[in-house]
Design a protein around this ligand. Structure first.
Ligand code: G3H
Length: 526
């Protein structure tokens, strides 16, 4: 029987969002609309809930958006890239203040569109707002640090970080607000202009922010499109006018876009891609703690996180004890609608349960067993997480990034087994290492830091806190993101140099005194 949906979270009226943003204008779309449905039912008999619709824009609008962003950048002469730091910050502030007013509707849409539970949906919103304020603070610090001249070997230099140009920003469905804005906001604050397209799911929740984008930024600085990547993103990449591709998603779609860009050295890449983060559970690990962290690592947001634990390596000596505790813990979790705030919530992709079932069938056929009682049970919009053991390399669940509720387990006797697998893997984001024996842990940590970019000791993998570097090796990422690193990733060091002689010094002094240059100045932003 359908649980009652609290009044405040019910969908009373669908949101028909017919507008998109190009060149500072909120345009009305009269063409085809894409319906947005939730896999969460509003009725007793299960059926998808219609949430509203967004424009299905065409190639023509994509080119219009690109032209607007190119014009706003205007070969580096545009108002935005030459604007004073303080003025750009004012625009970002104006935007974030308006965004804060939209918390309730955005949190509600995060729950309906992608099935994220209430606490995590609120966290996603609040974390994004904090990220924007932290970005402003970091940018001010960067500006203060650069407000000086250096002199080496008789040459004066005034060094800052400058924008790269036009950014194409494509976000993922699992963090439609946070990960997208963690690209877009640093890109904008550094003086770039942008074309932004939300992901397949989590798209309606962008629409309450269109007016804030429109009123906070000069024309053409941010352009927001809705529609299919193939129709919108590929054609504008083909023009060669995109300077930065910033994308959180998978390497296949990133590579397809990179391949059509005709000027590979012009194109900078800021990519957060797939991962297959392992947990390694050593014989001396605190098993209760390892179970708790692995539950969280494998199953928060149903494993639909690039940082999720996607394979567990358990030492043969503790395999049985670990599995017994872990299987029970998986089956003890609660499943419910997002506002019930359970760990397990509906999957937003209607065909995901079928895909997960395929992975289970393939693994079982090749010799694995479903270890937990509820594993693989089907619901209308969910499949209960299956713990699979023993998993081998020929299984799809070993090879593919499952991005969903299924947990492959491998046992090992020699530590070289997980280490070799990690070295052979196409991914290299993070690892969770569980153990207490320092003699054993120390050399292992020294190796693991060379295979991935974050070793989580007795803790599950995660991106946050956002001030820490978020990156990966191989197919897992390009460039580094953090509040500070993102500002670096979306900019380049550029400087003014002059030989030390009286005439040059006089010119520099005059430029400083008349305060007309946004670049050459030594005043401080407090
Ligand atoms: O999808 C990948 C996200 O960056 C993961 O972030 O570890 O904070 O959930 P998180």
């Amino acid at each position: 029987m359908k649980r009652k949906i609290p009044q405040v979270y019910q969908i009373k009226e669908p949101l028909e969002a017919e507008r998109y943003l190009i060149n500072g204008e909120l345009k009305q779309w009269s063409g085809k609309m894409t319906p947005v449905n939730s896999t969460i039912s509003s009725t007793e008999k299960h059926q998808p809930t219609y949430l509203g619709s967004v424009p299905e824009l065409e190639e023509e609008q994509a080119h219009e958006a690109l032209d607007a962003a190119v014009k706003a950048y205007d070969k580096g002469k545009g108002d935005w890239p030459t604007m004073r730091v303080s003025e750009r910050i004012q625009c970002i502030r104006m935007f974030v203040r308006q965004m804060e007013q939209k918390r309730a509707i955005i949190v509600k849409l995060i729950m309906w569109e992608i099935g994220k539970n209430l606490t995590d949906a609120q966290k996603e919103f609040d974390r994004t707002v904090k990220y924007i304020y932290d970005t402003i603070d970091d940018y001010k610090q960067m500006d203060r640090d650069a407000a000086k001249f250096e002199k080496q070997s008789g040459v004066y230099a005034h060094i800052r970080r400058g924008p790269l140009g036009v950014v194409l920003c494509l976000g993922p469905y699992n963090y439609p607000l946070n990960e997208t804005f963690a690209l877009l906001i640093p890109a904008l604050i550094m003086g770039n202009t942008a074309v932004f397209k939300p992901a397949k799911f989590g798209v309606l929740l962008t629409t309450p922010l269109l007016e804030a984008f429109c009123s906070s930024f000069p024309a053409g600085v941010v352009n927001v499109l809705f529609g299919r990547g193939r129709v919108l993103a590929a054609p504008i990449m083909k023009t060669g006018k995109i300077d930065v591709l910033s994308l959180i998603g998978n390497s296949q779609s990133a590579n397809a876009l990179i391949d059509v860009h005709p000027k590979s050295n012009r194109l900078r890449l800021v990519l957060g891609l797939e991962a297959k983060n392992p947990a390694i559970i050593l014989p001396h690990a605190d098993l209760d703690l390892a179970v708790r962290e692995c539950i969280n690592g494998c199953l928060s947001f149903n494993g639909q996180r690039c940082t999720a634990l996607k394979v567990l390596y358990v030492h043969e000596k503790v395999k049985d004890a670990f599995l017994e505790k872990f299987n029970n813990a998986v089956d003890d979790q609660k499943f419910g609608d997002p506002w019930e705030d359970t760990l397990l919530t509906p999957l937003p992709e209607p065909d995901k349960p079928t895909y997960i079932q395929e992975l289970i069938d393939d693994a079982v056929e090749k010799g694995a067993k479903v270890m937990n009682k509820k594993g693989g049970q089907h619901f209308d919009n969910y499949i209960w997480p299956a713990v699979l053991y023993p998993v081998t390399k020929d299984m799809r669940v070993y090879q593919e990034e499952q991005f969903g509720p299924i947990i492959p387990v491998i046992s090992f006797t020699e530590i070289d087994q997980p280490l070799d697998d990690m070295a052979d893997s196409n991914y290299g984001q993070q690892v969770s290492l569980f153990g207490k024996d320092v003699q054993n842990l120390s050399p292992l940590i020294d190796t693991l830091v060379n295979l991935v970019c974050r070793v989580n000791l007795n803790s599950s993998c995660q991106r946050g806190p956002d001030v820490y570097p978020f990156t990966g090796r191989k197919d897992s990422a390009k460039s580094t993101l953090s509040v500070h690193d993102a500002l670096r990733s979306f900019s380049i060091r550029t400087f003014v140099a002059t030989k030390d002689n009286p005439q040059n010094l006089e010119i520099l002094q005059e430029i400083l005194d008349n305060k007309q240059s946004s670049f050459i100045r030594t005043d401080y932003l407090l």
